[in-house]
Design a protein around this ligand. Sequence first.
Ligand code: KG4
Ligand code: ZN
Length: 337
Amino acid sequence: MNVLGIETSCDETSVAVISNGQLKVNLISSQDFHIKFGGVVPELSSRAHLQTVTPLMKEALHQAMLELKEIEVIAATAGPGLIGALLVGLTFAKGLCYSLDKTFIPVNHIEGHIFSGFLMEDKPQYPYLCLVVSGGHSLLLIVEDDLRIKKLGGTIDDAAGEAFDKAAKMMGLGYPGGPNIQMYAEKGNPDAIKFPIAQLKNKYDYSFSGLKTALLRFIQKEYEGKVPESDLPDLAASFQKTISDTLTTNVIKALNEYKVKSISVVGGVAANRYIQNAFHEIAESRNLKLVIPDQQYCGDNAAMIAYRGMLLHLNKKKYNLGFNAFPSISEGMFSDG
Ligand code: KG4
Ligand code: ZN
């Protein structure tokens, strides 16, 4: 079975091909031009997806040595994401399915991330504890099987990636913030400054707004708003450690309460080396398998969409072309068994 995956939820246009369960190609075209605006400009993102999606699909098919007629299933991200951006990929997929009589599978972007560990050689084992940490979402879940996902908690304000991006802006670093903070943090002392970790009513929820405010106050008080280059490493390292400690605290609580076979940390923030090391330590101490996707599968990519589409298709899930794009997670589908 040949599956084509299409991802256009934010600022990456991506097309992937999976043949008989094997990933053949995963092409990602990143819209770097947003950097000069300090964040993603939705209208420009949609226009870039429009220009890129067709040539990228042709190139992906060429590299997979397949023709469109040999594709059976077309999976596209349906949400959550920027509505204009989503509509480009979803409508493109629907059009292909309608005109060429292919099976259409709309995929929840978060579910794409949740199962992205299966793109690795060493795959997660059910049931696994999954931490989704991206620019738009922070979720702690138990993945019981292909279709049953139990939510333990999530962020009540900013997502972890969003916190990195906003903190980077306050420190005078560019977008996206995560990689820039990581770069400075590698030269700094993570224990230099103590920032607060939020304690919430639901012990599995996250909140990063208090940390953001604490950082802002610190920068205003110590530096009158402008952090000198020499102090950036310690500030970045201390901030990064606080995010990491916040994430691991809830994961440890969940591991004490739920019996799982593995842990998987996914989404853009999972690319952070300090956070990866923290999770390696936890997994080792509990003798659990840890699966963190390679960098190209942590950020947004169509390989995870094709994979999730394939799983849904193998589980006999059926969708019609009337399926609509949904911008926020509360409006769309999310497998609940
Ligand atoms: O999953 P993703 O590519 O897009 C969404 O679905 O949101 O995540 C993007 C987020 C951004 O907030 C970015 O700053 C963060 O992932 N990120 C990182 C790192 N690389 C990307 N955060 C911390 N450390 C990194 N190395
Ligand atoms: Zn994502």
